[in-house]
Design a protein around this ligand. Structure first.
Ligand SMILES: [Zn+2]
Length: 448
């Protein structure tokens, strides 16, 4: 690996990015020193990017571009960030590498959201070090526009880690045996009539019980960025579904050794390992869990934003569309999709079942959306509208801490009936004193 930046730091003894790279190197961390270059003018930057593109094949690893950064750390701070990217750094992407090969056939894939995607099967071809056998054709409109046919000699490309795609057909090489391709109006897996929503180019299978969609949802749920269940591959998922052992995600957590031994080609040892992997996946983060739910438009990045903002799945579930839209990085389409997901009782049940199987979501370190985050609370006297344990739960769930005695570190004293000496002490120290109603107001009353 090559280090190229730092996260949080308390004190930094350098003024420029370049000095920082040298510092990292002095600390024994590897940086890509031979290729880091300070450029004085835009022309120098462009020339150097072109030079790197010229020599890209000489690297023993793959690169897809270069990153241009403002060197002064002070200017970096002043330029700041947009929601996804800093204003002081930008990527220069090289032209994707291309190759020529033949489309042997085109077949339609059904994804977990029911989207039908035509995929070109290719005569295997090496593209920047990887053997490519398939490439996406996106949709029928794309096929028609590019006039791509089965049997065509085509140019394929791969940019970075993006799925390979067909750029164009070489029409001058046609023999007359190429076949035009039109997607069927039925789902190739379950036979349902496909639908096309207004404003979308994608056609979908509307059947939520379509085996392809069910399998796709499981694949997504267990994937690396989601619940990360190692060893639960496509073939095992397909068998588990086929044998009726799993219908919904929660069923995965009910599998036992006997169930797994019913599968073909699985030995006791790998079955035991798989059960352990399933068990281990229960301890996870909120972001992974949100991503695993497979809410439309909620990818890994959005899941992290939501987890950071809400801290707890219950709070996310109660968010209104307006709440969601105000979050940086969440647009109206995402907000609508999340709101609709949690409006559906079946989805809420689904989450509850998962939690009941023992899925443990790591508590957030600091829920930034909460006024209680990082604050210390002391409770005194008897509370009338809730139990003391409930009050404590509300506070800790919102990121606050509970202390037993009043001190200079106390931020709030919650005073019930007959408060006693703690109230006096808090008054003397000038600490904010809240009654029960005020406490609940502070958190927008989110008791369960
Ligand atoms: Zn279908």
């Amino acid at each position: 690996m090559f280090c190229y930046g730092i996260g949080t730091v308390s004190e930094l003894s350098c003024d420029t990015h370049h000095e920082l790279m040298i510092l990292l190197q002095q600390w024994g961390l590897r940086v890509n020193k031979p290729y880091i270059r300070i450029c004085g003018t835009p022309t120098e930057v462009i020339d150097y990017c072109r030079h790197l593109e010229d020599i890209r094949e000489q690297f023993f690893y793959e690169i897809d571009g270069a990153v241009i950064k403002v060197n002064s750390l002070d200017m970096q701070t002043r330029l700041g960030q947009k929601s996804r990217s800093p204003r002081w750094s930008m990527a220069y992407k090289f032209k994707p590498t291309q190759e020529t090969t033949t489309i042997t056939r085109i077949h339609v894939q059904v994804g977990r959201t029911g989207a039908l995607t035509p995929v070109a099967h290719l005569k295997p071809v090496e593209l920047s070090g990887v053997i490519v056998r398939r490439a996406t054709l996106h949709n029928q409109e794309e096929i028609d526009k590019k006039d791509i046919r089965e049997g065509d000699l085509v140019i394929v490309q791969r940019a970075g880690d993006v799925i390979p795609e067909v750029v164009k057909a070489i029409k001058s090489k046609r023999t007359g045996r190429e076949k035009r391709f039109t997607m069927s109006s039925r789902c190739p897996v379950c036979g349902s009539d496909v639908v096309k929503r207004e404003g979308e180019v994608v056609v979908r299978c509307p059947n939520s019980n379509c085996p392809a969609q069910v399998k796709g949802a499981f694949k997504h749920f267990v994937s690396k960025g989601a619940m990360n269940i190692d060893g639960l591959g496509d073939k095992i998922i397909a068998q588990l579904i086929q044998k009726g052992l799993i219908e919904e995600e929660v069923d995965l957590y009910r599998l036992d050794l006997d169930d797994l031994l019913k599968l073909d080609k699985i030995k006791e040892k790998s079955a035991t390992n798989l059960l352990r992997a399933i068990e281990n996946s229960k301890k996870t983060t909120l972001a992974r869990f949100i991503y695993a739910l497979g809410i439309r438009h909620v990818g890994e990045y959005v899941a992290v934003i939501l987890a950071d903002h809400f801290g707890y799945i219950e709070r996310l579930g109660k968010a209104t569309e307006e709440d969601l839209i105000t979050i940086d990085g969440i647009g109206p389409q995402i907000a609508e999709s999340i709101y609709a997901y949690f409006e559906d009782q079946h989805n809420r049940d689904h989450i509850n079942w998962l939690i009941q199987t023992g899925i443990e979501l790591e508590a957030p370190s600091l829920p930034p959306a909460s006024p209680a985050a990082g604050k210390t609370f002391v409770i005194t006297g008897s509370l009338s509208s809730m139990k003391r344990s409930e009050a404590k739960e509300v506070i800790t769930r919102n990121g606050g801490r509970i202390a037993s005695s009043v001190s200079g570190n106390t931020d709030y004293l919650i005073a019930g009936e007959s408060p006693g000496s703690k109230l006096r002490k808090a008054r003397n120290l000038g600490i904010a004193i809240l009654n029960e109603d005020e406490l609940l107001k502070l958190f927008g009353d989110d008791r369960e």
